[in-house]
Design a protein around this ligand. Structure first.
Ligand SMILES: [Zn+2]
Length: 93
């Protein structure tokens, strides 16, 4: 039986259990269609990694906590307010 897309992804992510990995490897040795699908998926993953490499290396700024800063209402609302994405068309309550 041929490998599904999710199995190919698990194979690439090294998430298959040993018995499934052995079955997948055996199948890949004999099925050119699945081997081709795996090769294509690996090429696509490499392209995405290369395209995102710059952004993935950047530090992500977060809110610096100050436990003594006074706030009203929910601490969760306070912490996430600064990170919320707002568009110009946002509806304000
Ligand atoms: Zn196959």
């Amino acid at each position: 039986m041929c490998l599904t897309e999710s199995l190919v992804q698990c194979y690439m992510d090294r998430e298959l259990a040993n018995d499934l990995l052995a079955q997948a490897m055996a199948h890949l040795d004999e099925c050119s269609k699945c081997k081709s699908n795996l090769d294509q998926a690996m090429i696509e993953e490499k392209l995405v990694r290369r395209a995102l490499a710059y952004e993935m290396a950047l530090p992500i700024p977060t809110v610096q906590l100050n436990w003594f800063q006074p706030h009203e209402g929910s601490i969760v609302d306070f912490l996430f307010r600064a990170r919320a994405f707002q568009s110009e068309g946002a509806v304000h309550a």
